[in-house]
Design a binder for this molecule. Structure first.
Ligand SMILES: Nc1ncnc2c1ncn2[C@@H]1O[C@H](COP(=O)(O)OP(=O)(O)OP(=O)(O)O)[C@@H](O)[C@H]1O
Ligand SMILES: [Mg+2]
Length: 422
């Protein structure tokens, strides 16, 4: 904090009595970057135009009092640190402004200048720390987004490896079987030649063919070859699905809100996260095929779904630890409400105990061991859904029974739905 350059932060002083302002300017002008306004209205005008780190206002002003002004500043410019200057007679107004959270602190009118200077420095430090926090959270969210694919990579590799493995096995089987089929074809060729030329004894050739067919178990091959081909095609489809899911999950370049049908992104996220839940739970989807599109950042919404699915798998994992035979269930539903789209992700895991229910959306709140959780999943989910998308995220939980997270996103007016992507 010592290296903070206080002059880099703009301070707005508001007072209708210009004498007061001039005194402060004179005393503090060298230490801070000060500008002044003579009324609440003028102050709001200035704030609409430029970034103000700290606003310091007198309480007694005509038209708009200091605390009224700060209430409005809190609404429109919540990052600005707000200080009220009051005479002793107005202390009640100051206390109530502090209690409603409109004011960071108040300064009595009779305070010495070096005390005021110290308060302003503190306010700047507070502003700077908040700004740094916001910047760091954004960085964290970004690095987690990038890290998600990395974190899923081992699971995804495993998911691709399984079909690739049996496609390989099947192809080897087909190659070997074809050598036998080739032999059978050769023998038919001989038989055909013998029949058309009428020379060689047919009986010997026929019995040779029968023997060979028996030896190579032709009946078995005729059943197994088509099924090996079918299985390989399915495996290939599975790999193609995973690759497509990865592309959809990342949505590279989509940093802007786009009209999106959510079901497909949800399916991709389920595909990619399969390795995270398949050992502890079955996953059931009930996706409304007529879900209207929502305006969203698809990559970020997928990230939120992923965080909640992983949490659900963990909660079930904890619950069935003692009885691994007994798999849990994750249910993902989408549905349409009157003016929003709802995604419900439910699990029958251990539930969230009442004592921590109010904290799960806090940054860095976790009940998990180091390496398993960092307490960012739901904090990021909250910021993505509430701040970036003006939606809502809540949960219903019953300790020991399970939890359902509910996300609501406002949907688009029908005319905008035409350009929606999947
Ligand atoms: N579905 C759930 N069932 C039970 N508890 C949950 C569930 N989802 C979240 N929690 C609780 O909320 C806490 C915070 O969740 P959050 O996703 O933010 O962090 P985390 O899962 O601990 O770590 P991270 O997501 O960063 O890896 C969890 O540690 C857990 O105690
Ligand atoms: Mg989590």
């Amino acid at each position: 904090m010592n290296t903070l350059h206080y002059k880099q932060f703009r301070i707005l002083l508001v007072d209708d009595e210009t004498d007061n302002l001039e005194n402060l300017l004179f005393a503090l002008g060298l230490t801070f970057d000060l500008i002044t306004a003579a009324s609440g209205a003028e102050a709001l005008d200035i704030m609409a135009r430029e970034k103000i780190a700290v606003i310091i206002t007198d309480q007694r002003m005509p038209n708009m009092t200091g605390s009224e002004l700060l209430g409005r500043v809190k609404e429109s410019f919540p990052d600005t640190v707000r200080i009220l200057i009051t005479a002793y007679a107005d202390i009640d107004a100051a206390v109530s402004a502090i209690n409603t959270g409109d004011v960071y602190r108040y300064i009595g009118k009779d305070r010495a200048i070096d005390e005021i200077e110290a308060y302003i420095k503190q306010a700047i430090e507070h502003y700077h720390m908040k700004a740094e926090n916001i910047r760091l959270y954004a960085l964290l969210a970004e690095s987690r987004k990038i890290g998600a694919i990395g974190a899923l990579a081992a699971g995804v590799a495993h998911e691709i490896n399984t079909p690739t493995h049996y496609i390989g096995e099947n192809l080897r089987f087909l190659l070997e079987s074809f050598q036998n089929v080739e032999e059978v074809l050769k023998r038919y060729e001989q038989l055909k030649n013998a029949v058309s030329q009428g020379g060689e004894p047919l009986a010997a050739l026929l019995s040779d063919l029968d023997n060979f067919n028996e030896q190579i178990e032709i009946g078995y091959l005729r059943e197994e070859i088509p099924s090996a081909l079918k299985q390989s095609l399915e495996g290939n489809q599975r790999v193609a699905d995973i690759v497509r899911a990865m592309k959809l999950f990342c949505h590279p370049g989509l940093d802007e809100m786009v009209p999106t049908y959510l079901n497909q992104g949800i399916m991709s996220t389920i595909t990619l996260s399969r390795n995270e839940w398949k050992y502890v739970a079955d996953l059931i989807t009930q996706l409304d095929p007529h879900l209207p599109p929502v305006n969203c950042l698809p990559g970020e919404i997928n990230q939120v779904i992923l965080n909640i699915i992983v949490n659900a798998a963990h909660a079930i994992g904890e619950k069935i630890e003692t009885n691994p035979e007994h798999k849990g269930e994750i249910t993902i539903r989408t549905l349409r409400n009157e003016d929003n789209v709802e995604i419900r992700i439910g699990d029958n895991g251990q539930g969230i105990p009442p004592a921590i229910q109010s904290r799960v959306f806090d940054h860095f709140f976790t009940t998990k061991d180091v390496g398993k959780g960092t307490g960012q999943g739901l904090a990021i989910a909250h910021s993505v859904i509430v701040e970036k998308h003006h939606g809502a995220i809540t949960f219903e939980t019953s300790p020991g029974q399970g939890t359902t997270f509910i996300i609501q996103l406002p949907f688009l007016p029908p005319e905008a739905a035409d350009q929606a992507i999947a």
